[in-house]
Ligand binder design. Structure first.
Ligand code: G6P
Length: 369
């Protein structure tokens, strides 16, 4: 491969550790900026963004979970309705097109057949406000949208997406801020504060990477299990989905994610001491509700593996394992928590001895239907 592994054992590990650099490269244009300019999404963005009355995000796999995280951001910060659709469904579904809707396609490769076909479908339905968030500038998807943002994660070789995901999230946060500005929902002070948080993100991610030894120690508890459950709420529910997907993809352990409030509508029936339950538990508005959900798991003998952070105050006890994330990170906290989950799945896969970079039956880029 043209990209060297260097000191790393796998491309996935290398790409996990490249995330601070990938983020600072992707966010380079805001390094000195006090204000965001719509032009970072293309010359026409300044005309299009003020017209947008809703957002439709279309993607597959990990890219769709970046979209789902952005739904929480866009509705909360920009006050604009946002929906997320799986490309393979949208392309064949009868939907109602709204010409004022911004259609956002997200794809690491820019070549995923279903995402490209979904974009064609959207355009055929009359959508002209189209935006691609993509990691490959010369890819098919990027050539066909009115607007574009190229993430600068660099080549991603590992089949399981890592640095592409976190850079997509950073791009989607920039989009959120620009839509909020266009919708007159963002004060200058808030804009400055959010930009500062974005600029600090690479350092914050670095601190999460330093947790690797503790996460590695947890991985031994998962390697002999057949099932795992991932819980999150609010903007961390999509991160639970991504954590479960990563574990499935590379360790072949059946993993499911649920918004924790849904526990009692099904998954609680599966909880016993043989099914580890991973909880994404930052100190946010949903924490108290989430703690009640954790209690429901503990009461049934479930083993909890909790990623908490400053202020979460989750006490370790019998059956409750707690890992303290380095800092609480507000709206951008999904970016930090997903890095911890990437490391968890990577180390579980190492213990199991699977082919981490090329998991069975999966392809890096699905260019045929
Ligand atoms: C495959 C890859 C995933 C990726 C998905 C979407 O399933 O294994 O890692 O998330 O395709 O790919 P895209 O290039 O469109 O983001």
């Amino acid at each position: 491969n043209a990209v060297e592994l260097g000191d790393y054992s796998h491309y996935m590990q290398k790409e996990i550790f490249e995330q601070p650099q990938a983020l600072s490269n992707t966010l380079e244009m805001i390094s000195g900026a006090g204000q965001l300019q719509p032009g970072i999404f293309g010359a026409e963005a300044a005309d299009i963004f003020p017209q947008v009355d809703s957002v439709l995000i279309i993607a597959c796999g990990t890219s769709s979970y970046a979209g789902l995280t952005a739904k929480y951001w866009i509705e909360q910060v920009a006050g604009i309705a946002c929906n997320v659709e799986i490309a393979s469904e949208y392309r064949y579904r009868q939907s109602v097109a709204n010409p004022k809707q911004l259609v956002v396609v997200i794809s690491q490769s820019g070549e995923t057949a279903d995402t490209l076909a979904a974009l064609h479908h959207a355009k055929a339905q009359g959508h002209t406000y189209t935006l691609a968030i993509c990691n490959v500038p010369e890819s098919a998807i990027v050539r066909e949208t009115a607007l574009r943002f190229i993430t600068r994660a660099g080549p991603e070789i590992g089949v399981a997406s890592t640095k592409a995901f976190t850079t997509q999230l950073s791009a989607l946060f920039l989009l959120t801020l620009l839509l909020a500005k266009a919708n007159h929902r963002l004060s200058e002070d808030d804009e400055k504060a959010y930009l500062d948080e974005l600029r600090h993100l690479p350092i914050a991610v670095d601190k999460v990477l330093a947790l690797e030894p503790s996460i590695q120690a947890w991985s031994n508890h998962f390697a002999n299990k057949h099932h795992a459950l991932f819980l999150g709420r609010g903007r961390h529910y999509p991160i639970a989905l991504e954590g479960a997907l990563k574990l499935k993809e590379i360790s072949y352990i059946h993993a499911e994610a649920y918004p924790a409030g849904e526990l009692k509508h099904g998954p609680l029936a599966l909880v016993d001491s043989e099914m580890p339950v991973v909880v994404v538990a930052p100190n946010d508005e949903m924490l108290e509700k989430l703690k009640a959900n954790m209690q429901e798991v503990s009461a049934r003998g479930g083993q909890l593996y909790v990623f908490a952070d400053g202020g979460s105050a989750v006490k370790p006890s019998d059956g409750v394992h707690v890992l303290q994330m380095p800092e609480h990170y507000g709206l951008l906290s999904p970016v930090l928590h997903v890095v911890a989950l990437q490391l968890l799945s990577y180390h579980v896969a190492l213990v199991k001895g699977t082919d981490v970079d090329k998991p069975r039956n999966l392809a890096k880029s699905v260019t045929v239907e």
